[in-house]
Design a protein around this ligand. Structure first.
Ligand code: SF4
Ligand code: F3S
Length: 111
């Protein structure tokens, strides 16, 4: 089992999650983060910290696409362990449906 970041993170990218993860297993893309499935210890601490409710255990139905995407991009994007400011328009994107279309495969800055 692992925890997974889904499309609710896209363009919100609050980064509260990185501060609480005990094993620093978040990786940063241009407009969302992902969790490395082999590093996550399933502690669940990050789930309630995300204001956008973008983090779920992989046992939740319907997450297949995001399980694959987290595993793929955690290998490509830089590690992030220190929270920076969220995008200026993060709140405007919070809860918007269909954000998958805005997914960017470009890497973020990392720490
Ligand atoms: Fe990190 Fe725990 Fe969240 Fe996994 S469940 S990403 S180990 S805080
Ligand atoms: Fe994304 Fe939530 Fe973390 S919006 S960056 S998963 S706090």
């Amino acid at each position: 089992m692992t925890y997974v970041v889904n499309d609710k993170c896209i363009r919100c990218k609050y980064m509260d999650c990185v501060e609480v993860c005990p094993v620093d297993c978040f990786y940063e893309g241009e407009n969302m983060l992902v969790i490395h499935p082999d590093e996550c210890i399933d502690c669940g601490v990050c789930e309630p910290e995300c204001p956008a409710e973008a983090i779920k255990p992989d046992t939740v139905p319907g997450l297949e696409k995001w399980i694959t995407l987290n595993a793929e991009y955690a290998k490509q994007w830089p590690n992030i362990t220190i929270k920076r400011d969220a995008p200026a328009d993060a709140k405007e994107w919070d809860g918007v449906e269909g954000k998958e279309q805005y997914f960017s495969d470009k890497p973020g800055e990392g720490d």
